[in-house]
Design a protein around this ligand. Structure first.
Ligand code: GLU
Length: 289
């Protein structure tokens, strides 16, 4: 049974880019006769904006996109993430890390490495148990131990075959941050499994996270959903549309026109209907075809 989801972070209202992902995930669920869920990903509390969750849910509802089951908030699911972390610790797939950002940069320089990925340094493995562990430093965070070979291959439903060497490109990644906040990678993997998600449809800006999530699923003995990453909407500056580069708020005085723009990004035909509900049904049929 198909179970899909849209999982916005409440860091601001939806914009044209996030609506594309929401619409695509809804259409895919409808086209394949499945269930569509909304999950509010509010684990990174410092980045969340109070009330943005309710605004997002209202925006979705105005566009005819309503969760088939009660909405869940990640901020209320810490016990599940702790259980998963405990399991990984038991399996020696998670270890405490005492490194600050400066420590990591210094360790990389000492190794003559300047490997950078999205401006985040590849973790040099300083606190790995087989490198000597914390060596007296206080534990700050928990990291996932990526075992060799760290290469993950998977097939995206839109983008085709994908591969990432997580060892070389990312390194041992964070599961729980030094400030106690749960990392997106762990929360998303735990929740997708707990909610029985079979199909993940989300924006292409997230494609780079998939290999890490697959490694976590394998370590935790969880199934890997099918993945489809949707095209991004670019801002006037040619960069990915985001709340940071001033993405315009969605015009919901005319939800059909707003949905129509999102549908165009997905290669769907123009809406011929005057009601949102009818346009959605027609696009779902086109998506299925
Ligand atoms: N919460 C993430 C975001 O808004 C999306 C997570 C996902 O779909 O896996 O960027």
């Amino acid at each position: 049974m198909y179970r899909g989801r849209f999982a916005p972070s409440p860091t601001g209202p939806l914009h044209a880019g996030s609506l594309v992902a929401a619409l695509a995930s809804w259409l895919d669920a409808r086209a394949l006769g499945g269930v569509w869920l909304v999950r509010i990903e509010d684990v990174d509390t410092p980045r969340c904006i109070a009330g943005a969750d309710e605004i997002i849910l209202q925006q979705l509802a105005t566009c005819g996109l309503v969760s088939d089951e009660p909405v869940v908030w990640q901020s209320q699911r810490g016990a599940l993430y702790q259980q998963a972390l405990d399991q990984l610790i038991d399996q020696q797939r998670a270890y405490p890390c005492g490194c600050s950002r400066k420590d990591i940069e210094a360790a990389l320089r000492a190794q003559g490495l300047t490997r950078e990925r999205h401006h985040a340094a590849v973790y040099p493995g300083t606190c790995r148990p087989d490198h000597g562990g914390l060596q007296g430093k206080p534990a700050r965070a928990w990291r996932f131990a990526v075992h060799a070979p760290g290469e993950v291959r998977w097939t995206d439903r839109r983008l085709g075959p994908q591969a990432q060497d997580v060892t070389a490109e990312v390194g041992d990644f964070i599961l729980q941050r030094a400030d106690g906040l749960w990392a997106y990678q762990l929360a998303v993997v735990v929740d997708d499994a707990a909610q029985g998600i079979t199909h993940v449809v989300r924006g292409e800006d997230l494609v780079d996270n998939t290999a890490r999530q697959i490694l976590l699923q394998r370590a935790l003995g969880l199934p890997t959903p099918a993945y489809l990453h949707t095209p991004l909407v670019l801002g006037d500056n040619g960069e990915k549309l985001s709340k940071q580069n001033g993405a315009q708020a969605l015009d919901l005085n005319d939800p059909l026109a707003t949905l129509d723009r999102a549908a165009r990004v997905l290669g769907l035909p123009p809406a011929q209907d005057s009601a949102v509900h009818d346009a959605l049904a027609r696009w779902a049929a086109a998506w299925a075809a």
